[in-house]
Design a protein around this ligand. Structure first.
Ligand SMILES: [Fe+2]
Length: 303
């Protein structure tokens, strides 16, 4: 069975132009038009508050080893909750909006987009809070078990997202850099690594490419979405504002993406959290097209 995905006339006007796609290819990121209505972002905010208060539609059946999962006992640190599209139906319905997938498909140059992961994020207004700093990294490093190099992330704030609130910051054009020889550490999540080491990694990679590091904090109006390529370095700073910075990081995969066996130099197998949750393919490997965890949100009519 093949679901048909369609856009309204108004939504068609919100797709990236050919020049936008070219800019994304050059810079590694793209700030969209207004893809979510004020009602939708208001619902994201109220549903997230219900979630933080303990309301779940569908709890994860298992706790993967590297799950990011803030609970009230953790206190006033930066909150990360993976699989929000799975656990919360109202939030999930907005994240599955075909328009988000259609914009991603245009940027990535693919016919089909599936959700890969989604993380609900709250950065408390606490200038000195160390956990609010997201060190420089690119997302592909966490996705070593994925075959695709076209995956991308949609950063979706629920409100105007300013530099003061610690908005996401892009290292312009860094997705085109060649990487300095990789080491086993690169597949570790930034939460497992030292911030100064990650800063150094960015500088080393820039020097290796004879590139300047141009950091662009992306000021995102409410309802707009910042997309970035899976090889684009990014991070974010302190929240020096007077309210929490609320957002979802929606990680997206192209239809071609598959699981691959990936090993560190000592032979140890790298695992992604999906690997203990998703169904198996006929070959017995984790199925990154499992509709429960990785729903398809866009497929072009011509494919
Ligand atoms: Fe990231």
């Amino acid at each position: 069975m093949s679901t048909t995905f369609t856009l309204t006339e108004e939504e068609l006007d919100l797709l990236p132009s050919d020049d936008d796609v070219f800019q994304y290819q050059q810079h590694g990121w793209f700030l969209s038009k207004k893809l979510l209505s004020d009602e939708e972002t208001a619902l994201l905010e109220s549903a997230s508050e219900d979630f933080y208060a303990g309301r779940l539609d569908r709890p994860l059946p298992a706790r993967p080893p590297k799950l990011a999962y803030w609970q009230p006992s953790a206190g006033s640190v930066q909150r990360h909750n993976d699989y929000i599209h799975y656990e919360d139906d109202r939030i999930g319905a907005i994240l599955r909006k075909p328009l988000l997938g259609a914009v991603a498909a245009r940027l990535a140059g693919t016919a089909e987009i599936r959700i890969f992961q989604s993380t609900l994020i709250l950065k408390p207004p606490a200038p000195e809070e160390a956990s609010n700093i997201v060190p420089w990294h690119f997302d592909r490093h966490y996705w070593a078990t994925s075959t695709s190099e076209r995956m991308l992330t949609a950063f979706i704030p629920f409100h105007d997202c300013t530099e003061e609130l610690g908005t996401i910051t892009m290292v312009d054009g860094s997705h085109l850099w060649k990487e300095v020889a990789t080491n086993d550490q690169t597949s570790l999540h930034f939460a497992e690594r030292d911030n100064s080491e990650l800063d150094q990694m960015l500088d080393e990679n820039a020097a290796f490419n004879n590139a300047e590091v141009t950091k662009i904090p992306v000021v995102i109006p409410r309802g707009h979405v910042n997309f970035h390529h899976c090889l684009t370095y990014h991070g974010s700073g302190a929240n020096v504002g007077d309210r929490p910075r609320r957002a979802i990081s929606l990680h997206l995969q192209d239809g071609e993406n598959r699981y691959r066996d990936f090993r560190r130099s000592d032979g140890r197998q790298v695992a992604y959290n999906h690997d203990v949750l998703v169904r198996r393919t006929p070959a017995g490997t984790p199925d990154y097209a499992d509709p429960d965890y990785c729903p398809t949100i866009w497929r072009s009519a011509e494919s």
